[in-house]
Design a binder for this molecule. Structure first.
Ligand code: UGA
Length: 439
């Protein structure tokens, strides 16, 4: 078993750290936020992720994992230091590498024995070469530090499961020793390992995410055409899914992809291509389709209603997908301001995301309208003139068509997640608009 340090306790770092501890490694998670460290020490997860807290408590109690702000003690004699800090998007679409650089410098100034630095954060191709040089430039002690790439493929909401049962582990190394150590660290997971060069590993991450983003945008594009020609996108997707070359996953048309990854990684790869004098036409198109998709329903509803001024608007779901309290690039963040500007009185429901949303749009007046957060879907629907569904939470799916009819003043529903069968909604007397299906 190895002594592992993890830099950054966001989705990537914390989940990786906890899972390394779970398979028996000795882990120290490092974060600059003292409060967060204290919370984690007491077995509370700073992020909402199924199964994470239980694993934290189990491994905290077993003494296999600790949390600290003292990076020096965590890094100095670690066998491997995993970097899982953020690489946020900059206004030009490029990735901001300042957090990585800070950690790299701290590592260089702390290590007292040879170690492997493993970059889990999503970084532009060639970054790991630079990180290795950067660390060498700042090293204080006479030790050998190598850098490896080990991109992360977990999805929010199923992060622990995705890590413990990953379909593949990608390791990108430039030496046999680095490859061997990473193989050993991952051995107890018993998962398929693909070993490639550092640059290929960096590229695999972007290529995978952007391919999935493309797949979604393609389905959204086809969905929009389905509406115009009278086909049904769900039937179309079903028919496509039997072809194993296409596969059955990520074929759901909807209100566009959000989250911290696809929007950022599509723009980042497009930027990398541009920097290299190449135009990545497919990814560019996926970004364009996604931008338009997010307000598609709002535009449809605007035409149908003429105005939102003074209307009670139920908004069901605020997060970018179910199972997370994350709002980054969520469709709600684009649609709610438009509705408020138009004077809508919004009653918003989300089982876990409302608190975060209220930080951006505090309860009360906003624009020409207002926003109220409710903990009960019925309250949102009662007397509403129109309802928007932005996230397919189980709680939202559980609302029957009859309930919309019974509770709403005008049973008019715009569903960005194609939760309901069109015929069932129509039978219940609901005017139902969804994505890529007849109204
Ligand atoms: C995504 C990838 O799925 C992970 O493999 C990857 O590791 C992660 O990014 C990352 O780079 O860190 P995540 O952003 O958590 O994970 O969420 P997804 O489940 O992939 O969903 C992203 C967005 O696409 C959501 O807004 C979701 O609603 C949307 N989506 C997904 C669709 O509109 N249709 C689909 O068929 C699937």
């Amino acid at each position: 078993m190895y002594k592992i340090a993890v830099a950054g306790t966001g989705y990537v770092g914390l989940v990786a750290g906890v899972c390394f501890a779970e398979v028996g490694h000795q882990v120290t998670c490092v974060d600059i936020d003292k409060k967060k460290v204290e919370i984690m020490k007491s077995g509370i997860s700073p992020i909402y992720e199924e199964g994470l807290e239980e694993l934290m408590q189990k491994n905290n109690a077993a003494g296999r994992i600790d949390y600290t702000t003292d990076y020096q003690s965590a890094y100095k004699d670690a066998d491997a230091i995993f970097i899982g800090v953020g690489t946020p998007e900059q206004p030009d679409g490029s990735a901001n590498l300042s957090f990585i650089a800070t950690v790299a410098r701290q590592i260089a100034e702390s290590v007292v024995k040879d170690c492997l630095v493993v970059v889990k954060s999503t970084v532009p191709v060639g970054t790991n070469d630079k990180v290795e040089q950067f660390i060498k430039d700042f090293l204080i002690n006479d030790v050998k530090v190598e850098v490896a790439s080990n991109p992360e493929f977990l999805a929010q909401g199923s992060a622990v499961h995705d890590t413990l049962h990953a379909e593949r582990i990608i390791i990108g190394t430039e030496s046999k020793q680095a490859e061997h150590l990473l193989m050993k660290i991952y051995e107890p997971f018993h998962l398929p390992i693909v070993s490639v060069s550092r640059r290929s590993a960096e590229m695999i991450k972007y290529a995978s995410n952007d391919f999935l983003a493309l797949k979604i945008s393609y389905m959204n594009d086809i969905a929009n055409l389905c509406e115009l020609v009278g086909a049904d996108i769900q039937d179309v997707a079903k028919g496509m899914s039997f072809d194993e070359r296409i596969g059955s996953k990520f074929l759901n048309a909807g209100i566009g992809f959000g989250g911290s990854c696809f929007p950022k990684d599509t723009k980042a790869l497009e930027y990398i291509a541009r920097q290299n004098g190449y135009e990545l036409k497919t990814v560019k198109a996926a970004i364009g389709v996604n931008n338009e998709q997010k307000t598609m329903l709002y535009k449809k509803a605007s035409k149908r209603l003429i105005t939102f001024n003074g209307l009670k608007v139920a908004v069901l779901g605020l997060t970018f997908k179910p199972g997370t309290d994350d709002l980054r690039e969520a469709a709600s963040l684009e649609n709610v301001p438009l509705l408020l500007e138009q004077g809508a009185n919004i009653f918003a429901y989300d089982p876990v995301g409302a608190e975060n949303f209220a930080k951006v749009h505090p309860e009360g007046r906003g624009g020409r309208g207002s926003i109220t957060y409710v903990s009960n879907i019925e309250h949102a629907l009662e007397g509403a003139n129109v309802c928007f569904i932005f996230t397919e939470w189980g709680e939202v799916k559980a609302v029957t068509p009859e309930k919309y009819k019974a509770l709403m003043r005008t049973p008019l529903v715009y569903d960005g997640r194609n939760i309901y069968r069109v015929d069932k909604m129509q039978e219940a007397g609901v005017e139902y608009h969804s994505i890529g299906r007849k109204s």
